[in-house]
Design a binder for this molecule. Structure first.
Ligand code: GLN
Length: 538
């Protein structure tokens, strides 16, 4: 059977959680044992997200296959519990790049190359090929941005054209605001949004209405009257304690049945077993019972909530599994260059130093690590966090006072973190870091890493240009720093640990592989250590 396509659009404004809606639809289809994968379209002209600033655009998510993609991919993977590949990511940069390359190759000789039909045909062909190559039952296509944006117009047009040949369902995520002064929810913006889509030749099959609080009586009826959609096609997506509650809420509204009926696939039964672990962990997150644990995340992009979304999610997954009530304190690391760590970090049961680039705020992160080490507060370093744990140890335990990473001080005599040899001759910035999934070998005795993973070979995702400098390895180890994982060839250090308290950091980003159904092992160990108050967790 040829694949079917579900296109998720967003109206009125950004930030409505289209990614969560697209992920929830995929989760539901997966529970029906359909084979489903996403395509995300982003209108920007960057080839990928690798060169974007996390402070502006949010986290750059990294896939196993080295793809540097939009953070919505994190949501897809966390919901689907599957590894997704870069072929799911279509950007304006990629599609325009390909069409221009084809033109230069003479593939359109004699023609003037246009958005319609050349670009729109190219997009449709790619979408259809993606479905058949992966032997999919469904493709869920999320269109980034808002309907009416110049950047995504040609993509929406391509989907309209696709609907003339293939079975395509359009889902519009829209907003039903509550006006405080009037005290009621208003449908007018959604009515106008619906009309704008109709003017583009698209009639949405579903409206998914974001509301604060549940949708009021009469709203469905009113929207149904103005849009000619059946009431069962108007679905509510209210603010919830956890976005992981959405699939269940959609099912409770009968969305799954109505959707599958449109595709003549109403005979399949939902496989509730697939919801088992998911539900238990989500319930634990929402219930807010259990021991409290406060984690300080000392980062340099904390003001933008989306910059460390995978770290936040990984903490939440682990807290759910361990039935802990999690509180995250986001600490801007520059503050720790001016104020005493105990004033800022005094209430933390555990400290995370996440990834980052550039010099700003780095000394504050080093101060946080020193504070954690000296006060035996569990500490987890991620990528930059590992590099700075190395610098802190070199400076304050080994007495190499000017130790640093050459990223921050290229002149330092004690370059305990240095550029990867493979990076020295790299001049182009896009897609050139050490990226994607790499295996590491873990020491199986006396290591927190082995206690956590219970395996000697694990794979985690990477995104960095600098590394632990092996020239200093002996010296640091002699002073008590433990190297507990390296690449399989032993050449690159992957995990280091303290010996007197729970301190572990990794060159990788384990947060990127954490799922609600499979929390990241290092985050589980870290939270266990944090809640058991500072002891070396075994
Ligand atoms: N800036 C460091 C490097 O490039 C760390 C990168 C990161 O934290 N992802 O190696």
């Amino acid at each position: 059977m040829p694949a079917k396509f579900i296109v998720v659009l967003g109206s009125i404004m950004s930030g409505l959680g289209k990614g969560v809606v697209a992920s929830s639809i995929m989760k539901i289809l997966d529970m029906y044992n359909f084979k489903v994968l996403p395509i995300k379209f982003d209108g920007y002209l960057n080839y990928d997200c690798g060169t974007m600033n996390p402070y502006r655009h949010g986290e750059v998510f990294v896939l196993n296959d080295k793809g540097e993609v939009d953070m919505d991919f994190g949501t897809y993977e966390r919901f689907l519990n599957k590894n997704i590949t870069s072929s799911s990511s279509m950007t304006g940069g990629k599609v325009f790049g390909e069409i221009i390359e084809k033109e230069r190759d003479g593939k359109f000789l004699g023609q003037d190359v246009q958005i319609i039909p050349h670009l729109t045909n190219e997009i449709q062909q790619k979408v259809v090929e993606f479905a058949s190559k992966n032997k999919l039952d469904f493709v869920v296509i999320e269109v980034g941005g808002t309907v009416g944006d110049l950047e995504n117009g040609y993509f929406i047009e391509a989907m309209r054209q696709l609907s003339l040949k293939e079975k395509v369902i359009f889902v519009d995520v829209t907003y039903v605001p509550r006006l405080k002064t009037v005290g009621e929810q208003k449908t007018k913006p959604t009515q106008s949004a619906f009309r704008s889509l109709m003017a583009m030749g698209i009639t949405p099959d579903f409206l998914i209405c974001r509301t604060d609080g549940k949708m009021e009586e009469g709203i469905k009826n009113k929207l149904s009257m103005f849009t000619s959609l059946d009431e069962n096609r108007i679905i509510n997506d209210p603010d919830m304690d956890s976005s992981y509650q959405l699939p269940k809420y959609l099912i409770e509204q009968g969305f799954d049945k109505t959707l599958l009926a449109l595709f003549d696939k109403k005979t399949r039964r939902i496989d509730l077993k697939k919801f088992g672990k998911w539900n238990v962990n989500v319930e634990n997150i929402v219930r807010k019972e259990g021991k409290e644990v406060t984690i300080a995340v000392v980062g340099k992009y904390v003001e933008l909530k989306d910059s460390y979304v995978s770290v936040k999610e990984a903490l939440m997954h682990a807290a759910g599994k361990l039935s802990l009530q999690l509180k995250i304190n986001w600490v801007e690391s520059e503050i720790l260059e001016k104020r005493k760590p105990e004033e800022i970090l005094g209430t933390a049961d555990g400290i995370i130093v996440p990834g980052g680039f550039g010099k700003r705020g780095v000394e504050g992160m080093i101060n946080a690590i020193e504070y954690a080490r000296k006060n035996k507060i569990p500490c987890l370093g991620l990528c930059l966090g590992m590099q700075l744990m190395t610098v802190e140890f070199a400076r304050n335990v080994c007495g190499l006072k000017t130790a640093n990473s050459t990223e921050f001080n290229p002149q330092t005599k004690y370059n305990v973190v240095d550029i990867l040899p493979s990076q020295v001759s790299v001049s182009k910035k896009g897609g050139t870091m050490r990226l994607g999934a790499w295996d590491m070998s873990i020491r199986n005795n006396d290591s927190i890493a082995f206690e956590a993973y219970k395996k000697t070979v694990v794979s985690e995702r990477h995104r960095h240009r600098y590394e632990f400098n092996n020239k200093f390895r002996k010296l640091l180890e002699n002073k008590g720093l433990k190297v507990t994982a390296t690449t399989k060839d032993g050449k690159l250090v992957e995990i280091i640990e303290w010996k007197d308290s729970f301190g572990i950091s990794t060159q990788s980003h384990p947060e990127l592989k954490s799922r609600i159904e499979a929390p990241a092992p290092l985050f589980l160990s870290f939270l266990k250590a944090s809640v058991s108050k500072n002891k070396l967790y075994k």
